[in-house]
Write a protein that binds this ligand. Structure first.
Ligand code: NAP
Length: 312
């Protein structure tokens, strides 16, 4: 599908994996004229049919057309990154850029880098934007607007390729930042991965409480529980891979989390109201600074659907 665009970032964009992120990228690229030609591929033929019906772009049945692309973005669960890069290798043209959107970076770099052909550029990236929905129907063009896109270039990444990937994400409406893959994984472990683990855990615990309690949990869910259930509805494939592929950083942060939880447990056990009050006052200040930074609204929805940080 050819798009009339006055000033596209790349001529041909090829997206592998047509889920929430891949379909949102196609819609953002087309609506903002970031590529003249948007081609999509997914391993699942049902997903490809759906993507055709949704008119997300030119949907192809194999990876060979990736050979025409200037920018290829891998949008599959992180555990499948290496296999996709290996399958792309025979097709990619010299000078092309391969990027990705994976929620973990060191593991993705380790999986993809060995399959980058000579003369092809690799620039890993991760948009900090998502919802609990998955699949091609979940995508929308404004998913990345006002969100961060973290680029994690390698020492070998060409500055021009890095600049193109940054321009692409800015074109999607995102703000761009840069960090090493290892630093990214540590930051995301505490800001995204542990919160998801807590949500999966608390919803699982409630589900184990038995029939009567379960129905009460649902009836009175507005007390805070329902926001955890939204996060705990996130895609099981994706999140299994995130925890397995960011294991070290998650375990490090989980260790600190458990120590702090023990301190709160002790404060409750020994009626230490001052310790609880001080802790809750500190966390309230953090919440206020997140609101002040425009990273969430007052709406209680984990910030996923609300108005977001203004574009810069
Ligand atoms: P998704 O909605 O589940 O879509 C992933 C798609 O990739 C599925 O259609 C899947 O097909 C397909 N796929 C799997 N293996 C493939 C392969 N080898 N070749 C081609 N296609 C393949 O997932 P998503 O939410 O878009 O996530 C995609 C990536 O974005 C992940 O790496 C995730 O970490 C990252 N990310 C996600 C979010 C979020 O909030 N969802 C946010 C930022 C970044 P099947 O269904 O048949 O497996």
């Amino acid at each position: 599908m050819t798009v009339s665009a006055p000033d596209p970032v790349v001529d041909t964009l090829f997206i592998v994996g047509i889920g929430l992120i891949g379909s949102s990228l196609a819609l953002a690229a087309r609506s903002r004229g970031l590529a003249r030609h948007v081609i999509l591929y997914d391993a699942d033929s049902t997903v490809r049919s759906r993507a055709r019906a949704l008119q997300l772009g030119d949907v192809v049945d194999d990876l060979a057309p990736a050979g025409t692309a200037d920018l290829i973005i891998i949008c599959v669960p992180v555990g499948a990154s290496g296999a996709v890069a290996a399958a792309l290798k025979p097709h990619v043209k010299p000078g092309a850029i391969i990027s990705d959107v994976g929620s973990t970076k060191a593991s993705v770099v380790a999986q993809i880098a060995p399959h980058i052909p000579e003369g092809v550029h690799f620039v890993p990236a991760h948009p900090i934007a998502g919802t609990e929905n998955s699949g091609p129907d979940a995508g929308f063009a404004t998913l990345f607007t006002g969100r961060w896109a973290v680029i994690t270039p390698l020492p070998s990444s060409s500055p021009d390729a890095v600049a193109t990937v940054k321009a692409f994400w800015r074109g999607c409406g995102a703000d761009v930042s840069e960090m090493t893959p290892e630093h990214h994984d540590m930051v995301l472990a505490i800001t995204s991965h542990i919160p998801h683990l807590i949500a999966y855990n608390i919803v699982g615990t409630a589900a184990h409480l038995g029939e009567v309690t379960q129905s009460e949990v649902i009836t009175y869910s507005a007390g805070g529980f329902r926001d955890f259930t939204r996060i705990a509805a996130s895609d099981p494939n994706m999140w299994r891979d995130v925890f397995l592929h960011n294991r070290d950083a998650v375990l490090e942060m989980l260790g600190r989390f458990n120590e702090d939880l023990s301190a709160l447990t002790r404060a409750i056990r020994y009626n230490d109201g001052e310790a609880l009050f001080d802790h809750f006052t500190r966390t309230r200040a953090i919440r206020r600074s997140i609101l002040a930074a425009g990273q969430d609204t007052e709406a209680v929805d984990f910030g996923r659907h609300g108005t977001v940080k203004k574009e810069q």
